[in-house]
Design a protein around this ligand. Structure first.
Ligand SMILES: [Zn+2]
Length: 303
């Protein structure tokens, strides 16, 4: 069984790599630091837990491919090193726009109004998710197992990113407010500390009538938390001696500087469950998206 999984995973990775290498590279402003992931741990966990929101009979299909869905969750972040166009798919600088002028637009609508270079520079996650969704519906319609797995894992990644407040602002790492490092602090360090505390059941997947509107809602909601998460970190920073802010920990045999446990816990407490709430909503919405794509494709039998 494990061998079958490994073979399938290798096939998907190979196909993905070939499609990356054969894509046209652009001169897009690749802000690699802007796409620091939720953290590999969180992305994998989010995709895995989304499976348990699904009803019969698709839960059987997803459970059968749990290993690939989990492992491919981090593929979009790995791919950005070889595909320039990838970086923009993970964020959107909402502060660059007047929200009312772009809210609820599709990619087709926005590219008629704003230059593609500008869109790429400021991120396209909100327009990219509905595009991947359409591909997923097609994959379900064609009962194309490899594509269903790959696209499910990838859309899970982008939905995860869309729920991270710092993926919706140009101040993505607190670099404009003297808080560099806050991106990884919020989306990697805190989830790693919380671990089991993040694993509650989040409910049953539901059909989303308009993917486009739903994604816009998620991203705008994420953006509402930007100010408070920056403000709370500033407050905690003032209360802590700098010697207590960081600690050194062994990670994979290497001594690394990281936010200390006490500083991380203080920040987490001040955020009042913000990280868990965004994490849990990511899981629920990934389940909703997979389920909706399957329903829209006519509920194909995947046995
Ligand atoms: Zn990402």
């Amino acid at each position: 069984m494990i061998n079958n999984y490994n073979t399938l995973l290798k096939k998907i990775l190979l196909i993905s790599l070939i499609s990356c290498l054969s894509s046209n590279r652009t001169d897009a402003d690749v802000r690699k630091n802007h796409t620091i992931p939720w953290g590999f741990y969180a992305h994998k966990r989010i995709n895995q837990l989304a499976i348990y929101t699904l009803p019969l009979p698709i839960v059987t299909f997803y459970k059968r491919h749990l290993y690939e869905i989990e492992n491919l969750a981090v593929l979009p972040d790995q791919r950005r090193y070889i595909l320039d166009a990838e970086a923009a798919r993970h964020y959107i600088d909402l502060d660059h726009y007047t929200i009312d002028s772009i809210k609820n637009t599709t990619w087709k609508q926005i590219e008629q109004r704003v230059a593609v270079d500008t869109l790429t520079k400021h991120g396209i996650v909100v327009w990219h998710i509905p595009i991947v969704y359409k591909r997923l519906v097609r994959a379900f319609t064609e009962k194309d197992t490899i594509s269903i797995i790959k696209l499910s894992a990838e859309i899970g990644h982008y939905i995860g990113d869309a729920h991270v407040p710092l993926h919706t602002t140009s101040n993505y790492d607190g670099q404009k407010t003297g808080q560099s490092g806050i991106h990884g602090f919020w989306e990697s360090r805190i989830p790693e500390i919380l671990k089991e505390g993040l694993e509650d059941f989040v409910g049953v997947a539901e059909f989303i009538p308009s993917i486009q509107h739903a994604v816009w809602q998620w991203v705008l909601e994420s953006n509402q938390y930007v100010d408070i998460l920056l403000k709370e970190e500033k407050n905690i920073h003032q209360k802590f001696k700098s010697s207590k802010k960081y600690s050194f920990e062994q990670k994979n045999g290497i001594l690394m500087k990281n936010y200390s446990l006490s500083y991380s816990k203080a920040y987490h407490k001040a955020l009042n469950n913000q990280v868990e709430n965004r994490f849990r909503l990511s899981i629920k919405h990934i389940g909703d998206i997979w389920y909706s794509a399957w329903l829209e494709a006519g509920q194909p039998n995947l046995e």
